[in-house]
Write a protein that binds this ligand. Sequence first.
Ligand code: NAD
Length: 237
Amino acid sequence: MPQKEPAALVTGGRQGIGRAIADRLARDGWRVVVADREPPQDSGTFPHRFVKADVGEEAAVRQLIGDIAEREGRLDGLVCNAGFMIRKPIEDLSLDEWNAVIATNLTSTFLLARGAAGLLRQTRGAILTIASTRAHQSEPHTESYAASKGGLLALTHALAVSLGPLIRVNCISPGWIDTRGGPLSEEDHAQHPAGRVGRPEDVAGLAAWLLGPESGFVTGAEFLTDGGMTRKMIYAE
Ligand SMILES: NC(=O)c1ccc[n+]([C@@H]2O[C@H](COP(=O)([O-])OP(=O)(O)OC[C@H]3O[C@@H](n4cnc5c(N)ncnc54)[C@H](O)[C@@H]3O)[C@@H](O)[C@H]2O)c1
């Protein structure tokens, strides 16, 4: 028997943005499964069902989705949030490092969407990908990360077109989100048109809306939560 409340899977949700999304969804009445390759630091009190899994690995994703089908009996929201960056000059970046970033940040969403499509169709569910403003603009030495996030944007609209109308697929591209509690300077905040650096809750509120019924006419879209930074024109003095 499927459980009564809607179920969400949040990858990379043991901390940071994923944790804020998981906590927000739980407050909104969702049952939340968090999959992460590292255990939560507060494992004794962690409030969500935790599954240790590397979502860049095909077998691990197959097992994860099978486990949700068995335990929750339904899936209404899939949040593909797990991601990391390697910042290295291109001449020093190994192929293994490139492949590791692409596997976690991009291939995982292919594996998760493919595995979960059947469950999500049954609930008319939604997929949310977490890309980055770095899909649009770069600092030096971030090629693998930028490429993975640009790919994720394209994968988002491709999935929206293929999986609609039963499944909606959208993307949030965060800018600078302070997940560690600073330290932040006045300049850090002031450079943002919104007047401050972002917080995980800024992303979580939008995520909750995109997974919920009020966004029923929204699919294939990207939402930037960056305090306006990608709209700011900067010339050297
Ligand atoms: N924090 C920011 O400023 C910012 C900005 C733009 C985009 N993002 C994106 O938001 C997402 C979350 O970022 P965050 O800052 O909270 O990061 P974080 O490092 O605090 O958390 C990421 C989590 O993902 C997990 N993870 C990494 N690889 C994994 C894998 N292969 N399988 C399972 N779990 C894995 C990590 O263990 C970690 O718990 C990432 O995709 C990141 O690229 C973050």
